[in-house]
Design a protein. Structure first.
Length: 347
């Protein structure tokens, strides 16, 4: 891997760390709430029964009983509140970020494998949200699976690609942060260059700005109006915003203010969808406690080995045998060898 790949790896690690920190904030926030509050927040969390949606017989077996594999998805839905970003409701969504996080049996370390969104894969037969069966399809973009069939099909796709049983998934809808920002009274961000407002986006001068919930949505979705207009640039803005939001929570001692704490937890849980086994505050709290030995700062981050597609150079395909070596190591709870980390797609 060249040096230019180091920055995306650091960015993916920060996204994962921020996601885990957000879950931790929500879990801690729920701990001091009364029963009625607990019940209300519980009801906010969306869930999917993976065994029912995928079919028990269609899922790979668990190889190492006490290891955990968690699929973290970031949804770029533009439906509902997200429609503000594009001046109207747009149905559907894609998995903007997808990472399979492997936590070994000893819970002392973790490995996160990022799956590039433009990877051409074979989508297995899946059922969509209406129960309609979608036939298997070859050479489809990985990030299109979510929009066509939802998170359970993404889990099914990753399981078929890797042969690894996904124990849990956590989906974060970035639009859910709008409520968090408003509950905090705004979030302060600083830009080192102007945001031009291209394609109807947010327009800001270089310098420091206090953003409300609506503008925060536009900020994290901006692509063409800032930097080089790439997806990596947009991810950088999302990271900057979420770090600023967490800093605001700490600055205001929000966890020590019951009224504000409830507002934050209420807004935050609305942005989460999990598997049914993780869909309660109690389950989230128990899972967080079981992971307390894992330090996100020392987490190993790996991009799924890919190569440029021979037909369409704007797309990539899974590189073999590197990917097979990566999946085999994680499946058997072993350290990933260096030979399984090299990606032929460079530059």
């Amino acid at each position: 891997m060249t040096d230019k790949h180091a920055r995306p790896r650091r960015r993916r690690r920060r996204i994962l760390r921020i996601t885990l920190l957000l879950v931790a904030v929500l879990v801690l926030g729920a701990a001091g709430a009364g029963w009625w509050t607990y019940s209300h927040l519980n009801g906010n969390i969306g869930s999917v029964d993976l065994d029912q949606a995928i079919g028990v017989d269609n899922r790979p077996p668990k190889v190492v009983a006490n290891a955990q594999n968690v699929l973290v998805l970031g949804s770029d839905s533009r439906a509902g509140a997200n429609g503000d970003l594009d001046h109207g409701d747009v149905s559907g969504a894609r998995s903007d970020t997808a990472m399979l996080v492997h936590i070994p049996e000893g819970r002392a370390r973790a490995t996160a494998v990022s799956i590039p969104r433009d990877t051409l894969i074979t989508r297995p037969e899946c059922k969509d949200g209406n129960g309609k069966t979608l036939p298997s399809a070859k050479r489809v973009m990985f990030n299109s699976v979510y929009s066509l069939a939802g998170p359970a099909c993404v889990v099914n796709t990753v399981e078929q690609m890797s042969g690894i049983r996904v124990d849990h998934f956590v989906e974060v809808d970035f639009a859910g942060f709008k409520g968090l920002v408003d509950a905090l009274g705004g979030v302060t961000v600083t830009l080192d260059k102007p945001m031009t407002g291209a394609k109807g986006g947010l327009k800001l001068d270089a310098g420091t700005h206090r953003l409300n919930g609506t503008d925060s949505l536009k900020f994290v979705r901006t692509r063409y109006g800032y930097g080089d207009g790439s997806d990596l640039g947009r991810i950088g803005l999302q990271q900057q915003f979420m770090v600023a939001m967490l800093s605001e929570i700490k600055k205001q001692d929000a966890l020590g203010n019951p009224a504000r704490l409830y507002k934050l937890a209420d807004a935050g849980t609305k942005s989460l969808t999990t598997d049914s086994d993780l869909s309660s505050l109690t389950a989230l709290s128990d899972f967080a406690r079981s992971m307390k030995g894992v330090d996100p700062e020392t987490m190993e981050t790996i991009m799924l080995p890919v190569a440029y597609d021979k037909v369409d150079r704007n797309r990539v395909v899974v590189a073999e045998p590197q990917a097979a070596g990566l999946w085999e190591a994680l499946r058997n709870d072993r350290k990933v060898p260096a030979s399984a980390k090299d990606s032929p797609a460079k530059g």
